[in-house]
Design a protein around this ligand. Sequence first.
Ligand SMILES: CCCCC/C=C\C/C=C\C/C=C\C/C=C\CCCC(=O)SCCNC(=O)CCNC(=O)[C@H](O)C(C)(C)COP(=O)(O)OP(=O)(O)OC[C@H]1O[C@@H](n2cnc3c(N)ncnc32)[C@H](O)[C@@H]1OP(=O)(O)O
Length: 175
Amino acid sequence: MPADLDPVTRHPKAAKPGEPVGMHNATCYGCGDRSPHGLNIVNIAGEGFTVHADMRVEPWMEGGPGVIHGGLLSTAFDEVMGAVPKLVAGAAVTGHLEIDYLKPVPVGSVVRIDAELLGMKGRKIYTKGVAHLVDSDEPLAISHALFITIKGREHFSAYVENSQAADEYRPYFAP
Ligand SMILES: CCCCC/C=C\C/C=C\C/C=C\C/C=C\CCCC(=O)SCCNC(=O)CCNC(=O)[C@H](O)C(C)(C)COP(=O)(O)OP(=O)(O)OC[C@H]1O[C@@H](n2cnc3c(N)ncnc32)[C@H](O)[C@@H]1OP(=O)(O)O
């Protein structure tokens, strides 16, 4: 992370502490409420530049016997940390995501991910996430991710016809 970070302020339209950050796409696998096989994560804005979300580890999320699949946990990290840019900028996509898996996360538990802004430099937004059980502060996994702000229309226009919600997006992407 660069030493000469930009000053950051909360975006005037950002969710207030305690409010849902809001879906970025209703058919998103991570947060969409119309994703048929999705995680349905609800991101909640916190104080400062933080976001958190709880996720019940369902039997279909199993990787090793009785524990969550690491790739699914990484998706959850991506989703919760990916909501941080909405507090300070706008649409952003993941450029880099890394995770240290410290302890197994049991099926049947409720895992909480706490995400925070580490800093911003130009289009680059540096974040950290910690996963722990809702009733424990012991970290089970720690993630660092870099998000890059984008112009939504430019970034997705070549792909939007593949969307499950292509019909709804078409007017926004019309030339
Ligand atoms: C009005 C209609 C609106 C329609 C849209 C509707 C809804 C959607 C809205 C928002 C949705 C947005 C996000 C979703 C949020 C959460 C979901 C979870 C997140 C994801 O699941 S998202 C999927 C996975 N994600 C990707 O699919 C990205 C693929 N990728 C790219 O699309 C490009 O790669 C991109 C855009 C990242 C950059 O490309 P680019 O050409 O725009 O910019 P460039 O390359 O110049 O990078 C700029 C500066 O970032 C540095 N930089 C870049 N990458 C780096 C890396 N990996 N490590 C270190 N530094 C990196 C450069 O070094 C430079 O740094 P510097 O400025 O210092 O030179």
